[in-house]
Write a protein that binds this ligand. Structure first.
Ligand code: ZN
Ligand code: ZN
Length: 137
């Protein structure tokens, strides 16, 4: 299975193969800051299954994740959309769900870091919800 997607202006493009590792709403404070909303909808693909294919290279902003390891956020230098973040400790990318060309086919399967969600957030009721991170991951 191959999927494609990209940023708002279309200069950053990517391609993934296989099935996602996870499909996650993340309510951590870093995701709120990045999105300007209550959560990030991330589709997780292992490094081996992801490649950039667009005409411009992303810019990156690096922060420390909750694990203390680097998270490299990749955004388009033209339109500013954060397409994905490289979770180095897990060797995967969390790709913005709405950036996929077939975004409608990808829905969230769990919610994490809901303890950090804003008070006004409407948490999902039809998928597993975790205060921080599921202990078996
Ligand atoms: Zn762009
Ligand atoms: Zn997050």
């Amino acid at each position: 299975m191959k999927r494609t997607g990209g940023c708002q202006c279309g200069k950053v493009r990517y391609e993934v193969t296989g099935e996602p590792m996870q499909q996650v709403f993340c309510y951590c404070s870093d995701c709120q800051t990045r999105t300007g909303g209550d959560k990030w909808f991330g589709i997780w693909y292992h490094h081996d299954n992801f490649k950039f294919t667009g005409e411009v290279e992303t810019k990156t902003f690096t922060r420390k994740g909750s694990s203390g390891h680097d998270v490299h956020q990749h955004y388009c230098p033209e339109c500013g959309v954060t397409v994905c973040a490289d979770i180095t400790i897990g060797q995967f990318y969390t790709i913005a769900g709405p950036s996929f060309d077939d975004a409608e086919s990808l829905e969230p399967k769990m919610a994490i870091f809901t303890a950090s969600a804003p008070k006004w957030a409407v948490l999902p009721t039809t998928i597993p919800v975790f205060d921080t991170f599921p202990s078996n991951m």
